[in-house]
Design a protein. Structure first.
Length: 145
């Protein structure tokens, strides 16, 4: 199964307009089913994410990411975004996507989207631990050219 990460097109605009502060904002990851159709170009706030997972061991809105880091590496001209792995223990859920966003503690229409990960197929747990182990290279990287 091929797993791919995609940055939402509006993410850089959110950064430029200071709607996102990667140092201080609460960044979360939510899970969505295969019924959601992500649009990298037009999805900009969390209210665009439909068909969020429901089930035992999962709370709407997802989990807060810990250990969030971001850094630019001059030698490779890459900017890397990363965080600690995340899991939902004792869960019974099925997900196709992980959606990373900023939780402003307001309405979903004010929570900027950052990126999403397509697992390539549905992933399910039945009374088990649903885990996301981020790639060692980071959740996503941006090449500056």
């Amino acid at each position: 199964m091929a797993v791919s990460a995609f940055v939402f097109g509006q993410f850089l605009d959110h950064l430029a307009q200071k709607r996102i502060d990667l140092d201080t904002d609460t960044i979360k990851v939510a899970l969505a089913t295969s019924s959601w159709t992500p649009n990298q170009d037009t999805n900009d706030y969390f209210d665009d994410v439909t068909n969020q997972v429901t089930g035992t061991g999962y709370t709407a809105g997802g989990a807060t990411l810990t250990g969030v880091t971001w850094a630019y590496t001059a030698g490779t001209n890459t900017w890397k975004f990363d965080a600690a792995d995340v899991s939902w223990p004792s869960s019974t859920i099925t997900a196709r996507y992980a959606v990373i966003y900023v939780d402003t503690a307001g309405a979903a229409s004010t929570d900027p989207l950052i990126a999403y990960v397509d697992f390539g197929a549905d992933v399910a747990t039945t009374a088990g631990t649903f885990s996301i182990v981020w790639d060692a290279a980071g959740i996503f990287t941006v090449t500056v050219a």
